[in-house]
Write a protein that binds this ligand. Structure first.
Ligand code: PEP
Ligand code: MG
Length: 304
């Protein structure tokens, strides 16, 4: 079996009937890039930037962040590296942010909400990301989006940072792709409008399951009620995929569901363009993709 998997290194991610799908990896620090390369991941679909903040005792400065993003971009040798902006709050607490204790942190001040409330924290991260964009193929992704205005504000923050860097004569890539995570039901409902504002979608199925089914992902007692295969979750995915394709942008999955081979035919039937999974899941998925016939896949699992 190990040998079969090794034989997948260097093979294309394509079904028997020619449908291509990108296999990217989720990473938590630039050091994880070696595992991406060892498993032949074709890019980084989710670089969780939280490690920079969780490991520190104070706000990580622009230079420290720049070095981390640059290292990932350089080590990936020009392949796409999608860095997700800060996603703390809820389950991931950082003392120096001095956030209020919340009764219901999953629904509280987290992720993009913190960044939009604290423009200086956001600006520092965006400056580091744009500076790193000159050294490889960085893409920027915003988590926990629920509203059109949030994306517009993110885009304005990016433009401001680009204007600053231009004025300072610091190189960056103006065509750096901007994407959003689809992980709230609101983002699914607003997907047609959101798709016009960004270059790609990536579905966070961990949170999308939590918010769609009103099931706390941290609660261990929910058992069968926390069901990422629930047709409501799969229908939400399909709605987002249709909206993305209608607008001519690509859509991936970076939540844990992406590595679930039982759902691969469903993802192929929806035309999902990218799956971002842990590095060790790349070769098994590639083997499954190369045995699939996209044209015969159906959406049976979306039926109630
Ligand atoms: C998700 O919600 O599915 C996701 C990929 O983000 P995280 O697990 O970091 O919240
Ligand atoms: Mg999430």
């Amino acid at each position: 079996r190990q040998e079969l998997l090794r034989s997948m290194v260097g093979q294309e991610d394509v079904t028997l009937d020619g449908k291509k799908i990108k296999l990217y990896c989720n990473i938590g620090s630039p050091e994880d890039v070696s595992a991406v390369l060892a498993n032949d991941g074709q890019g980084v679909g989710l670089f969780r930037s939280e490690f920079l903040y969780l490991a520190a005792s104070d706000y990580p400065d622009e230079e420290a962040q720049f070095q981390a993003y640059k290292k990932a971009a350089v080590d990936m040798k020009g392949k796409r590296v999608i860095v997700r902006t800060l996603d703390i709050g809820a389950d991931k607490q950082v003392d120096y942010f001095d956030l209020n204790k919340e009764e219901n942190p999953a629904m509280g001040l987290r992720a993009i909400r913190i960044c939009l409330n604290r423009p200086e924290v956001f600006r520092t991260q965006l400056r580091a990301l744009y500076r790193a964009s000159a050294f490889g193929k960085i893409a920027i992704m915003f988590p926990m989006i629920a509203s059109v205005w949030e994306v517009k504000e993110c885009r304005r923050a990016c433009q401001k940072v680009m204007d600053e860097l231009s004025a300072e004569g610091i190189p960056f890539r103006e065509d750096t792709e901007l994407g959003i995570m689809i992980e709230t039901p609101a983002a699914v409902f607003m997907a047609p409008e959101l798709a016009k504002l960004v270059d790609f979608f990536s579905v966070g199925t961990n949170d999308l399951t939590q918010y769609t089914l009103a099931c706390d992902r941290q609660c261990n007692d929910l058992g069968k009620f926390f069901d990422p295969h629930h047709p409501a979750v799969l229908r939400a995915l399909k709605m987002a995929a249709d909206a993305a394709h209608e607008a001519g942008i690509w859509i991936g999955i970076c939540g844990e569901l992406g590595a679930d081979t039982a759902l691969l035919p469903t993802f192929l039937a929806m035309g999902i363009d990218e799956l971002s999974v842990s590095p060790t899941a790349v070769l098994p998925l590639r083997a499954a993709i190369r045995k699939s016939i996209a044209g015969t896949c159906d959406l049976e699992l979306l039926k109630g």
